[in-house]
Design a protein around this ligand. Structure first.
Ligand SMILES: NC(=O)c1ccc[n+]([C@@H]2O[C@H](COP(=O)([O-])OP(=O)(O)OC[C@H]3O[C@@H](n4cnc5c(N)ncnc54)[C@H](O)[C@@H]3O)[C@@H](O)[C@H]2O)c1
Length: 338
């Protein structure tokens, strides 16, 4: 067996802890170090895992193959570039960064270092998404006419109180970056890039604790000619309600639904039907709120498969950049209803 791949994590909050669990669980990987600003992050670390307050020190002191960047959105670019310049591959949490300029700097640093950036878009592994992706790629759905994306989640005061970067324009970027970039990624993954955008956003019930919108509606045209409607809110009353994407196409209609793209909720297809899929218990549960499907084990496995077996990267840096580009297009076009 090859040597274990040595991982470190910067940012040991909600998602950093999940990365740690999966790295420790995978037989081909080992967790060697954690970096976080908070003292609490240093308590209860497994034996042999070193703790650092500064990423630069960690990178200088430890022999690391891969760094998982799990810090707030605005730190993805500097932390990724620091790791690449130290000769370390990077797994970067979503969103890849807060602008395409930042993404371009990250990609240039990876090319210069000869290292790889793995963008985290774990919803691509959701079984319903995989089935629909195969359906589209096989040509069985024919031309896609219209795509409807609904993201109706709830984010309450406790969520914003938990971490000081959330809801801040410069650190978080807004709901399209933090909550709904997963859905923009699946829209891009299934239907391609966006050609034109019109939309409206507003902050209805989070004005007391956020600087960003909490609701929006966009009408877009995709490069493939399809009309795309994208509606989102974090004001769904008391709990997440729906996270869905519906495709209306020449040879079928299919809806991936549930709260987090976890079921095939509707299908009417020419030819053979897709398997019934209804996964109800596998979202990331953070106690105060529910996130997306918990597929980070597959993200870590993909890193191993790429680095040890020359496999294909599930989500490349260029794809992570394209998602950021679509979000930029949406915010650029959006008007506030005030
Ligand atoms: N893929 C997913 O489903 C998913 C889910 C949740 C969060 N995320 C992403 O992960 C990132 C973190 O989100 P979170 O919810 O875990 O946030 P969090 O606030 O719970 O954790 C962030 C951690 O980073 C630490 N940190 C901040 N600045 C640092 C610095 N300069 N050096 C070292 N550590 C620093 C904080 O102390 C904190 O422990 C965000 O980009 C978010 O969008 C992805």
């Amino acid at each position: 067996m090859s040597q274990k791949i040595r991982f470190a994590i910067v940012g040991f909050g909600n998602i950093g802890r999940r990365h740690a669990g999966h790295i420790m669980h995978n037989e081909a990987t080992e967790l060697v170090a954690i970096c976080d600003l908070r003292d609490e992050a240093n308590s209860g670390l497994p034996d042999g895992v070193a703790f650092y307050y500064h990423l630069e020190t960690l990178l200088a002191m430890e022999q690391v193959d891969v760094l998982c960047v799990c810090t707030p959105n605005f730190l993805h670019e500097p932390h990724t570039i620091a790791a690449l310049q130290a000769g370390v591959h990077v797994v970067v949490e979503k969103p890849m960064a807060l602008s395409t300029d930042e993404c371009d700097c990250m990609i240039a640093a990876a090319v210069l270092a000869g290292k790889t950036i793995f963008a985290v878009k774990q919803n691509r592994y959701n079984p319903p998404v995989r089935e629909v992706k195969k359906l589209i790629d096989s040509g069985r759905l024919g031309q896609i006419f219209m795509v409807q994306v609904n993201c109706f989640w709830n984010r309450g005061d406790a969520y914003y109180a938990e971490s000081d970067w959330r809801g801040k324009k410069k650190k978080d970027g807004g709901c399209l970056f933090t909550q709904f970039s997963h859905f923009i990624d699946i829209l891009y993954y299934l239907n391609g890039t966006i050609a034109s955008v019109a939309g409206t956003i507003h902050n209805y019930s989070h004005q007391h604790n956020t600087e960003v919108e909490d609701t929006g509606s966009f009408s877009m045209k995709a490069e493939n000619g399809a009309i795309v409607n994208f509606n989102f809110t974090t004001c769904a009353y008391q709990k997440n309600m729906e996270g869905s994407i519906t495709l209306f196409a020449e040879k079928g209609t299919v809806k991936i639904g549930g709260q987090y793209l976890n079921t095939i909720e509707y299908q009417q297809l020419e030819g053979e039907a897709l398997p019934e899929i209804n996964i109800s218990a596998k979202s990331n549960d953070y106690g105060l709120y529910q996130g997306s499907m918990s597929n980070h084990d597959k993200v870590i496995k993909n890193v191993v498969d790429v680095l040890q077996h020359n496999d294909t990267i599930m989500t490349t840096a260029e794809e992570g950049r394209e998602v950021v580009h679509i979000i930029e297009q949406m915010y650029f076009a959006a008007t506030d209803i005030i």
